[in-house]
Design a protein around this ligand. Structure first.
Ligand code: FPP
Length: 224
């Protein structure tokens, strides 16, 4: 059975779900947050140490301002209401991506990261304003400016995922088979599960089925 340390998720399909069932894309985001809570609980139950969630890409700024504001408000309220509980549950929050948000949200994100920084049951990496190509460009720039060699070890040292094992599983919901500039380096040997369901419709049962399937895969990392 394969060990399972890290699950990464592209939570796609909120907008479509919201439009279909509630006539509002934003209602889909709200429902998507409930799925996030379900998955966090299941991640803890399964003793998985890292959960990485793609919540906002560098390309998502092209969306209507109203939708962007709604998403960040949702995140703000989530942190205000739940950070103490996450902390009590020994969960560490880390932000991947660059924090270029409102002063209020930036402050809240910094506070949440600092407060939970010593926790070690589960680390939740929230990818916000994250793009993998930019992450790699920044890593290369740092290697050049420190006159270091270009090799795997140095690249990994300067990625934002330094000290985080590569994902074992990537789940993308929403019936789309692409990586959308997410963890391109880190997913080199990850087992990928493309799910037809939209993110708000993704259930505990779906998550458990994927874990079970993953555990039985023969992973050979290029060997035979
Ligand atoms: C992709 O669906 C989803 C997002 C861009 C946002 C993800 C946000 C959440 C799951 C809820 C909020 C999370 C936090 C951590 C507060 P989409 O809108 O691209 O859906 P579509 O493909 O149907 O348009």
């Amino acid at each position: 059975m394969n060990p399972l340390k890290h699950v990464a998720i592209i939570m796609d399909g909120n907008g479509r779900w919201g439009l279909k069932y509630k006539n509002s894309r934003n209602a889909g985001h709200k429902a998507g947050l409930e799925t996030v809570e379900t998955v966090i609980k299941e991640t803890i139950k399964n003793k998985i140490n890292f959960l990485t969630l793609f919540a906002f890409s560098t390309e998502n700024w092209k969306r209507p301002k109203k939708e962007i504001n709604y998403l960040f408000n949702l995140l703000e309220n989530f942190l205000i209401n739940r950070i103490e509980e996450l902390h009590k549950n020994n969960i560490k929050l880390k932000i991947l991506g660059s924090k270029k948000f409102s002063p209020k949200l930036n402050k809240l994100l910094n506070y949440s990261e600092k407060k939970t920084s010593k926790n070690n049951k589960l680390q939740i990496n929230l990818a916000l304003n994250y793009g993998s190509k930019l992450e790699l460009i920044n890593a290369f720039k740092k290697i050049f400016s420190s006159n270091k060699k270009i090799n795997e070890k140095n690249i990994e040292k300067y990625l934002q995922t330094k000290d985080i094992p590569d994902p074992d599983i990537l789940i993308r919901t929403g019936n789309t088979k692409r990586l959308s500039n997410f963890l391109l380096w880190q997913l080199a040997y990850t087992e990928i599960f493309f799910e037809k369901k939209l993110w708000p419709a993704f259930t505990k049962k779906d998550f458990k089925r994927i874990i079970k399937e993953y555990k039985d895969i023969k992973r050979n990392f290029g060997k035979i």
